[in-house]
Each structure stands twice: as C-alpha cells, then as structure tokens.
Design a protein around this ligand. Structure first.
Ligand SMILES: [Zn+2]
Length: 221
C-alpha cells in the first residue's frame, strides 16, 4: 500500500468515525447506549398482558429501559402508560397506527407523527423526545417532519427478531451473540403474543451482566 493510499484510508476512517460520534447524540438526546452499557428498548405497546410482565422483570433487576409506544395503544391503555412512567422508563413515540411512514401523504404523515405525542403528553405530562419509525422505514422528508414536530428520529436498533417468535432459546442466543458496548436492543411488548420475549428477558439480562456490561436508556427527554 502506498503512503498516499494509507493517508487517504486514514482520512476516510477519521471522517466515518466523526460521523458516527455526532450521529449518536442529537439535541442532547442519546440515540445509542452509554459506553460500557446496552439499552433495552420495547416497541409496539403498551399492552395489558405483556407490558406489565416486562415491567416486573425490569423492576426485579433494577433496570431502566425505553419504550416506543404506538399512539392508539397508549390511548387504549393509559393506566399502563402511567405504570411505565412510574417505574422510571423513558416513553417515546412509535407512530399512531404503525404504518410505513414513507408511504403516506403529508397530511397522514403529520397525523402519525403528532397524534401519539399529544396522546402521551396528555397521560404523562411530558413530551416524547424521540420517534422511532416503524419497520425502520424513513427518508429525509419523514425525518424532517419528525424534527419539525420537536422529536429526534431514531432507527430500529439491533433486531432481536422476537416478533417472529422463533423460540425463547433462539432469541436469547441471538441477542447474547450480539452484545457490545453501546448496543441498542429492539424487543416488542405488543401487536402479538410476547410470551417468548418475557421468557427470554431474564436470561438476556443475566447474560449481559455476565459480560460485564450495564444498562442505560436512550431517548430520555
Ligand atoms: Zn414497531
């Protein structure tokens, strides 16, 4: 390798490194876990059946997590939203009805972004710091509209594939194979039966602790 190429490569890695660094925090809101920790995040709830079971496990291990709620579910179960808040977890926006935000017209997009924020604010008296777009689907326009509504757009995080319900062992193995400092894990507490997520969670937490990592929250407003 010539010196010129080496310097070029070094410059490129420096640029990508700095892009990475600025990408992790926006307006003071952290989008990845703190160094030496991972973040547990839960999408698609709240639900009467599974959110309280997840809350009980998090409480047992004294872990604060981040929930991305679907507006219509928050509206249907305000008492569960209050439980999540009371336990010290961060509550964020995951759209009103869980569509692909990239497929909507401007009016629909505005409703999907703004309505859950209002619903959640009415229940907890606080603004949602972030919106995690469903299916990881976004484009510049979608992210602009999220920002215009006073929220930070966040991607889906590392997929645990718990929504496929592949069996508890598979979820645990897949997650523990991909644990590293700063990792944001995506789980689900809604839209279908989540008994495998509930069963996997204590084993995942024990495994992460065994690797010497702690837990932190993302999207705390
Ligand atoms: Zn979702």
């Amino acid at each position: 390798m010539t010196l010129k190429k080496w310097i070029f490569g070094l410059t490129l890695s420096f640029i990508s490194l700095s892009a990475f660094a600025t990408d992790n925090v926006e307006n003071g809101i952290h989008k990845i876990a703190e160094k030496g920790t991972v973040a547990l995040t839960f999408d698609d709830g709240p639900t009467k059946e599974f959110t309280p079971q997840i809350l009980a496990i998090l409480k047992k291990y004294n872990i604060k997590a981040t929930f991305f709620m679907v507006g219509m579910n928050a509206k249907a179960h305000p008492e569960i939203v209050e439980m999540v808040l009371a336990d010290g977890h961060a509550i964020n926006n995951h759209s009103q009805t869980h569509p692909m935000l990239t497929k909507l017209n401007d009016k629909q997009l505005q409703i999907e972004v703004a309505e859950p924020k209002e619903i959640i604010h009415k229940i907890i008296g606080k603004n949602t710091a972030c919106l995690r777009y469903p299916f990881g689907a976004s484009n510049q326009h979608v992210r602009d509209v999220i920002r215009q509504n006073g929220m930070v757009p966040v991607p889906m995080g590392f997929n645990s594939f718990d929504y496929d319900r592949p069996g508890t062992d598979k979820i645990v193995d897949w997650v523990l194979k991909n644990v590293h400092s700063g990792q944001v894990f995506l789980f689900h507490d809604g839209f279908a039966k989540r008994e495998q997520t509930v069963a996997a969670l204590p084993r995942i937490i024990e495994g992460i602790k065994k690797k010497g990592l702690g837990f932190s929250q993302i999207c705390v407003g």
